[in-house]
Ligand binder design. Structure first.
Ligand code: MN
Length: 229
């Protein structure tokens, strides 16, 4: 909405399409959980048993639908295939037992990561934004309503690069389950309709190059194909 005193037009709102519908889902915030599959925590050099969950954010305008442009200032860009949870109801201190009532639907997304910059940030105790929250760093599919597919808690999640399986896991391997993530996040932040959660990635992350084709799958939700350009 343009207001007469605005110095310039506000940035456009990012909207997910909804599969099989003309409805759209306007995005407010994008929360991401780190190290939520034990095998991935281990491959990143961490003990999966001792850590409480931790979160970071991407920016809503990082979400794209289509080709992924190889980003600037990096030589080591990694894929992370993830289940996306989209909330249509918000709240604070949401109980685990009713957390799924807040979910509108699910999607498939990639938490693309400039791993070299993230690694430098970790070493220096700096924030992760340049590694995680860069332009176009979240290629996604349309959302599928929970009213159609329910709330997936098991089933395959995988990613192929140029037809070769690189990441493979099961949604049931999440250390913190979707209702727990919503409940815990809502203690730190007031959640709102339009908030999106990227729920972590299974083991097998690795680099891509220009020209590669990433194909991702999440059981019950769908498939994502993204070309690196
Ligand atoms: Mn991730």
């Amino acid at each position: 909405m343009t207001q007469s005193n605005d110095l310039f037009d506000p940035a456009p709102i990012t909207r997910f399409p909804v599969a099989g519908s003309d409805k759209t889902f306007p995005v407010r915030r994008v929360y991401c959980i780190g190290r939520n599959y034990a095998a991935h925590a281990i491959e990143m050099g961490h003990d999966p048993n001792k850590e409480p969950p931790f979160f970071f954010q991407k920016s809503p305008d990082n979400i794209i639908f289509g080709d992924f442009p190889y980003p600037t200032e990096t030589n080591d860009v990694h894929y992370e295939i993830e289940l996306i949870v989209a909330l249509s109801q918000g709240g604070s201190n949401i109980p685990v037992e009713t957390a799924l009532d807040h979910v509108y639907g699910y999607g498939v997304g990639l938490d693309m990561t400039r791993r070299d910059l993230q690694g430098d940030a970790k070493k220096l105790g700096r924030p992760w934004e340049v590694g995680k929250s860069f332009d176009k760093s979240a290629p996604c599919t349309a959302l599928v309503p929970a009213s159609e597919i329910g709330h997936p808690s098991e089933g395959a999640i995988w990613l192929k690069v140029n037809g070769v399986v690189q990441q493979e896991g099961d949604l049931n391997q999440m250390i913190w389950k979707v209702p727990e993530m919503i409940a815990i996040l809502s203690r730190y932040f007031e959640l709102c309709p339009g908030d999106v959660i990227m729920t972590g990635t299974p083991a097998g992350v690795g680099p891509i190059q220009r020209g590669d084709v990433m194909e991702g799958h999440v059981a019950h939700v769908g498939d994502l194909t993204v070309k690196v350009v």
